[in-house]
Design a protein around this ligand. Structure first.
Ligand SMILES: Cc1cc2nc3c(=O)[nH]c(=O)nc-3n(C[C@H](O)[C@H](O)[C@H](O)COP(=O)(O)OP(=O)(O)OC[C@H]3O[C@@H](n4cnc5c(N)ncnc54)[C@H](O)[C@@H]3O)c2cc1C
Length: 428
């Protein structure tokens, strides 16, 4: 009898999640990755002069149950820590006022964690946002109430990477409903970095289960017989598939479009910009939000600080040097308040990482949904699939759903047109 093997292309979070799910069921898996390392958009960048930092700060919320259960399954849950246990500090640059805010509505029972300007009328608006009757923009529900600046604006941009003026209320609603769960609003970051605290433990767990990672192998073409994938044409080899083999493409939408032109995929993306400064930081990480400037979030680590600017389509056009100088002037006083040696006139070594296609744009325009299984033995995974915000959580879910979709692969298949669209409905 031929062994049944799952060939997973793309070793980002979705591909790693699919490999973990396959092997948890006792199945065999192989991972193929175009880049020299796994991780995709979640990675640590190491440079020859020893300055290492993540491509961008990634946060998880305790509401992200699937991501947390993946961390548990790879023995890395303890590596993700909560830097701001007393509520998130939000610093307003124009007024120079710092305010703490809780992300969970339950935390607002304490006045010290209530978003600035929250009134009774806002609770009704927030309920409408959590359960929108129809698709509309986040701004059309919240309007110009103070909570737009003190909570909803920063949350929308962080979760959807899309400005509130156009961001989808339905997608943000998914996140808000999850934040209503008890203890769901704690914000976590990797203690040392994404590779050390997420990607490497996942790869080691998979190696322990006998899953090879073939890095530097880009999938050039899918070989099909019209109904099934029969081979994978990679950078330097062609893999012939056995009759029971399955394929999961855990790839960004533009790669799916190239490989499977008939499959509908989202076409529009938003950028995220990160600026990292090398300086002696703090033993325990700090995470601070900013409003009213370019800087949005600041993570202080032991040997550097990282600044995140989401929905950054216009900012990415500026030169790296100008961006670093502007951001440094904004954050230096706050770093000084934290006890760091940070003079506004003495900018340390900086790295600017521009991720132009950081996530799909999640606005009010309905996004195309691909078929569940475009070919009989092929399923799709990736953070962009389904109706949830495109984040680590949705990437993890998409990986396990792709495995489930292929569980009962028929030996002869049906074409894309005979499969229903993939509709991962929000379970909250
Ligand atoms: C700067 C930044 C900050 C972010 N912050 C957060 C955050 O705070 N919280 C959060 O939850 N999410 C955040 N995200 C989103 C998160 O990174 C993504 O949702 C997640 O990493 C997507 O994983 P994925 O596996 O779906 O896709 P990817 O990570 O894009 O993985 C796809 C993989 O496929 C590989 N590949 C592409 N083409 C081929 C091919 N032809 N053959 C073989 N391999 C191929 C790629 O190299 C890549 O490794 C952020 C993203 C960015 C860029």
């Amino acid at each position: 009898m031929t062994a049944r093997r799952t060939h997973i292309v793309g070793a980002g979070i979705a591909g790693l999640s699919a490999a973990l799910a396959t092997t948890e069921e006792g199945g065999e898996a192989v991972l193929y990755e175009a880049a020299p390392q796994a991780g995709g958009r979640c990675r640590t960048i190491r440079s020859a002069n020893g300055f290492s930092h993540d491509n961008g700060t990634h946060v998880l919320l305790t509401a992200n149950r699937n991501a947390l259960s993946l961390l548990k399954s790879i023995g890395a849950r303890d590596r993700w820590i909560e830097p701001e246990r007393k509520g998130l500090p939000l610093y307003d640059l124009p007024t120079k006022v710092m305010h703490r805010v809780g992300l969970s509505p339950w935390s607002w029972l304490r006045p010290s964690r209530r978003p600035n300007g929250l009134g009774i009328a806002d609770l009704l608006r927030l309920l409408r946002l959590a359960f929108p009757a129809q698709e509309c923009s986040v701004a059309s529900i919240i309007g110009d109430r103070p909570i737009m600046n003190s909570l909803i604006g920063p949350l929308t941009v962080a979760v959807l990477n899309t400005p509130p003026s156009t961001a989808s209320a339905r997608r943000l609603g998914c996140a808000l409903r999850r934040l209503m769960w008890p203890r769901a609003g704690r914000l976590l970051v990797a203690r040392n970095g994404l590779s050390e605290d997420l990607i490497q433990p996942a790869i080691e767990t998979l190696q322990g289960r006998g899953v090879p990672l073939l890095a530097g192998q880009r999938l050039r073409n899918l070989l099909t017989n019209g109904e099934r994938v029969i081979g994978l044409s990679l950078t330097d080899r062609t893999i012939a598939l056995g009759p029971e083999d399955r394929v999961i493409l855990a790839l960004p939408p533009y790669e799916i479009e190239r490989l499977l032109p008939a499959v509908p995929v989202p076409q529009r993306f938003e950028a995220i910009l990160n600026v990292h400064f090398r300086l002696p930081g703090l033993d325990e990480p700090r995470f601070i939000g900013f409003t009213g400037g370019l800087t949005q979030w600041l993570l202080v680590r032991q040997d550097h600080v990282g600044v995140t600017i989401s929905a950054a389509d216009s900012a990415v056009l500026d030169s790296a040097a100008d961006l670093a100088a502007l951001v440094w002037r904004e954050i230096a006083p706050t770093l000084g308040d934290l006890g760091l040696d940070a003079s506004p006139d003495k900018q340390p070594e900086a790295r600017v990482v521009k991720e132009k296609r950081a996530t799909i744009r999640q606005d009010v325009t309905p996004l195309p949904q691909p078929p569940l299984r475009p070919l009989a033995n092929l399923a799709l995974a990736g953070d962009w699939i389904g109706s949830m915000p495109a984040t680590i959580e949705s990437a993890v879910i998409s990986g396990t759903e792709a495995v489930a979709a292929l569980l009962h692969t028929p030996l002869t298949g049906a074409s894309a047109s005979r499969h229903p669209a993939l509709r991962r409905e929000d379970a909250a």
